[in-house]
Design a binder for this molecule. Structure first.
Ligand SMILES: C[S@@+](CC[C@H](N)C(=O)[O-])C[C@H]1O[C@@H](n2cnc3c(N)ncnc32)[C@H](O)[C@@H]1O
Length: 266
């Protein structure tokens, strides 16, 4: 598929929804979810329990993990199918965990009108911003719903190292395109948009959110096959340890596929 469609292209996630669902549980997905979970845990102790909003929660991997740890979670998503997946996962949990989860069907573009200002102590927005041609309005709304002192976990495609994936796959046409712009064709077949660390740091700062830490996610495993299954437990443990270390170490984290920013509302 042609990567260079310009910024009027359809960047909606829904075209890739089935691919996303089909690849849950693969090595790439497990590395992503586990790394994000470990990185976030360093900034979010279990106590006191927090009010968490997960924007584009999807199947709810992170949100459910936080509900298990005692936090109250609101999941917002535009996909009925993924919300059903999340509901099915909640149904398998103890009742008290399910009681801490509220799921809403809706469009993140309407976020500002859905919740009162300062409604949440923690906002997750992971794997969503790349589907917004202009991230500004969503960042505005996040700044409004987040309480002063609250934490934002933002996971985006790394626009500083967009050429790495096609380069390591010897896809030279797309390497040259990646050097030129911020659009790319992702692994679930959707045209999306990458963000650069400095730009996001500035954009968050303008909205009273200070980047407290940032991490790389998927440094070594980004180019494994989309359907690569999990290795044995010992190998998986080693992969996760290496990814975790690279994700917080220069220069490795700078060329990760994804950037995970932790920001604090002033
Ligand atoms: C790549 S998935 C990420 C799911 C989850 N956050 C995670 O990291 O595992 C993107 C999610 O964002 C949701 N999404 C995309 N655009 C949205 C919008 N405008 N409003 C609400 N949800 C949206 C999709 O339905 C999907 O569940």
């Amino acid at each position: 598929m042609d990567m260079d469609k310009g910024m009027d292209m359809d960047m909606g996630f829904s075209a890739g929804e089935e691919q996303w669902r089909a690849h849950s549980g693969t090595l790439r997905q497990v590395v992503r979810q586990e790394l994000v979970s470990r990185q976030l845990a360093a900034h979010l102790p279990d106590l006191p329990p927090r009010r968490v909003l997960d924007i584009g929660c999807g199947q709810g991997t992170q949100a459910l993990g936080l509900a298990r740890r005692g936090h109250s979670v609101t999941g917002l998503d535009s996909s009925p199918r993924l919300l059903d997946d999340f509901r099915a996962a909640v149904a398998a949990e103890p009742v008290e965990v399910g009681d801490r989860v509220r799921l809403l069907h809706g469009d993140a573009e309407q976020l500002a009108g859905m919740f009162a200002p300062s409604s949440f102590d923690v906002v997750l927005c992971q794997g969503v911003l790349m589907y917004f041609p202009d991230p500004g309005p969503l960042l505005d709304a996040i700044g409004q719903v987040l309480v002063p002192g609250g934490i934002l976990s933002l996971l985006v495609r790394n626009g500083d190292a967009l050429a790495m994936r096609p380069g390591l796959l010897a896809d030279w046409d797309n390497v040259e395109r990646a050097f030129e712009g911020d659009s790319y064709l992702n692994r679930i077949g959707v045209h999306a948009r990458a963000d650069r660390l400095a730009d996001l740091t500035t954009a968050l700062g303008r909205r009273e959110m200070r980047v407290r830490a940032w991490y790389g996610v998927r440094v070594f495993t980004d180019t494994v096959a989309s359907d690569a299954a999990l290795p044995d437990a010992e190998t998986l443990g080693a992969i996760l340890r290496c990814e975790e270390r690279a994700g917080c170490t220069d220069p490795y984290r700078r060329v990760a596929a994804l950037l995970h920013l932790i920001a604090e509302r002033r």
